[in-house]
Write a protein that binds this ligand. Structure first.
Ligand SMILES: Cc1cc2nc3c(=O)[nH]c(=O)nc-3n(C[C@H](O)[C@H](O)[C@H](O)COP(=O)(O)OP(=O)(O)OC[C@H]3O[C@@H](n4cnc5c(N)ncnc54)[C@H](O)[C@@H]3O)c2cc1C
Length: 470
């Protein structure tokens, strides 16, 4: 009788959750205990992230609760702090009191994804917004509204230019989709501000390469650039951000752009926990063999954005969700084979295609070697990604939001009914002296992110009779 194996999966993104789901299908509860650790309790459907920022979709439509996606995997919301492959243990920290726990494993799956890479530029991380997480998209949307509110009053006339200049760095998929979403949102939202005109808005895209969307080739890159320019977006290619201050950004050709609104979408690096491992490669990723095993580390597997996975032709697979999901299925099957003593199979998959939505019902993309652009590419983008979005309920919500978006103007409500802990609640005039004293610590709201200028955003306190959709 074989001992039950413990399979510990780190990271609840595309790769990690799919490994858990596949293992649930392939292994019986007598064969393995499955554990999944992740920082958040949902899987984020990143391809539609810019639609949250642009107010096309409601904030929870593209986030799927992990607990609804798995059946018998034990799911722990925690931060992975340390991985010790010599002792086969992982230190995680969780809960309000940040308690530490050690989890042991027989098989370890590293699927911790990536984080924005600020390339060590002083002040960039503190000042720029990023487009990686749901919080990022919510902050970006809120920030656009905050700048419109700030710029509208007549007494703001002098500072209007800087307030309504938005610089996006990075001309890859995330940067282009974000800049298009920002432009569409600002142009639509500005109609609600009586002192502001569309010409007050300046949106600049800075890209280090010669062509936007380099993965799609020069032709589609040039088409994208033309479309963005036609709408008034300034596209600066072969230029990089050199420095950033509170006043603005300076590019490497000396050009200064006065702005307090910068979005950084110019590169990612692997999760710092992974990058800090002694066996991470120079780029901070984990090298695997074709079977997704980490060689010389018994029982360790790596996949998704945090791994360098050879494509068998001298290169590496790109860090996309398309690959992460398929790598997850291969990794799960190979883990099962190694537990049962079967043969392992190599991961092999060629990218089917890539599509980008570039605003105003226009898209670009390549599918099965064919190029598409314009409305048809945008329609394909929507249809294909909608079909990939996990969960019928979420798909229906997205369709509903898209339909409403056709008819109504952008919603400019700021999601900031947040109350910092320092602003204590006034005590009730009807205080009951029989009741124990109010314990402020216990009522402390939970921080959910960081607001403008780095101030902490706190989770709104529940209000009775608040409609569910809020
Ligand atoms: C804006 C944007 C648009 C994109 N569009 C596309 C697209 O159109 N098509 C496509 O194929 N790909 C797209 N991608 C890429 C795709 O999102 C990634 O390749 C994919 O998410 C990688 O999956 P993963 O599981 O490796 O990492 P992730 O999905 O990032 O998951 C990693 C998980 O690990 C968790 N985690 C990280 N560190 C810790 C820690 N220390 N402790 C606990 N948990 C931790 C994270 O919270 C996260 O849940 C896009 C990415 C972005 C940012």
């Amino acid at each position: 009788m074989k001992r039950r194996q413990t399979i510990l999966i780190l990271g609840g993104g595309f790769a990690g959750v799919e490994v858990a789901r596949e293992l649930e299908k392939l292994l019986s509860p007598d064969e393995a205990i499955l554990q999944l650790v992740s920082r958040g309790n949902f899987v984020l459907f990143t391809p539609m992230l810019h639609e949250i920022a642009a107010s096309d979709l409601d904030i929870s439509t593209i986030a799927n609760p992990i607990r609804k996606m798995i059946r018998r995997t034990e799911f722990i919301v925690a931060d992975v702090e340390n991985i010790d492959t010599d002792n086969k243990s992982v230190k995680v920290v969780h809960g309000f009191e940040r308690r530490s726990h050690s989890l042991t494993y027989d098989h370890l799956v590293l699927a911790l994804g990536s984080v924005p890479n600020f390339h060590g530029m002083a002040g960039l991380q503190e000042r720029a917004l990023t487009m990686k997480s749901l919080e990022d998209a919510i902050l970006l949307r809120n920030r656009m509204i905050a700048h419109l509110e700030e710029a509208d009053p007549t007494y703001s006339e002098a500072s209007r230019n800087g307030l309504l200049t938005i610089v996006v760095a990075g001309g890859g998929f995330a940067g282009v989709e974000t800049v298009a979403g920002i432009h569409d949102f600002m142009q639509s939202a500005i109609r609600s501000y009586s002192n502001l005109q569309p010409l007050h808005i300046r949106v600049v895209l800075v890209h280090a390469g010669a062509h936007l969307l380099p993965e799609l080739g020069e032709q589609l890159g040039s088409y994208t650039e033309k479309k963005l320019r036609e709408r008034g977006i300034e596209v600066l290619t072969q230029r990089r951000l050199k420095s950033i201050t509170d006043e603005g950004v300076t590019l490497d050709d000396g050009m200064f752009i006065r702005t307090s609104f910068v979005v950084w979408a110019a590169g990612n690096s692997p999760s710092p926990v992974v990058a800090g491992l002694p066996f991470a490669n120079r780029g901070g990723r984990i090298d695997t063999n074709l079977m997704l095993q980490v060689e010389l580390k018994e029982g360790v597997w790596a996949l998704g954005d945090c791994a360098s996975i050879p494509d068998g032709n001298g290169g590496f697979h790109p860090p996309t969700a398309q690959h992460a999901l398929r790598q997850a299925r291969t990794a799960a099957r190979n883990i099962v084979a190694s537990i049962r003593g079967g043969a392992l199979n190599p991961y092999s998959f060629r990218t089917i295609g890539q599509l980008a939505a570039i605003g105003r019902r226009t898209g670009v993309g390549q599918l099965f070697g064919r190029r598409f652009s314009g409305f048809i590419a945008w329609w394909m983008w929507r249809t294909i990604y909608l079909s990939k979005l996990p969960g019928l309920e979420k798909r229906l919500r997205v369709v509903l939001d898209w339909t409403l978006d056709l008819v109504f103007a952008k919603d400019t409500v700021q999601y900031t009914s947040f109350r910092p802990f320092s602003q204590s609640t006034p005590s009730s005039p009807f205080h009951d002296p029989e009741q124990p004293p109010h314990d402020a610590e216990m009522d402390r709201p939970t921080p959910i992110g960081f607001g403008l200028g780095g101030s902490t955003i706190w989770k709104a306190e529940p209000i009775e009779d608040t409609p569910k959709s809020l």
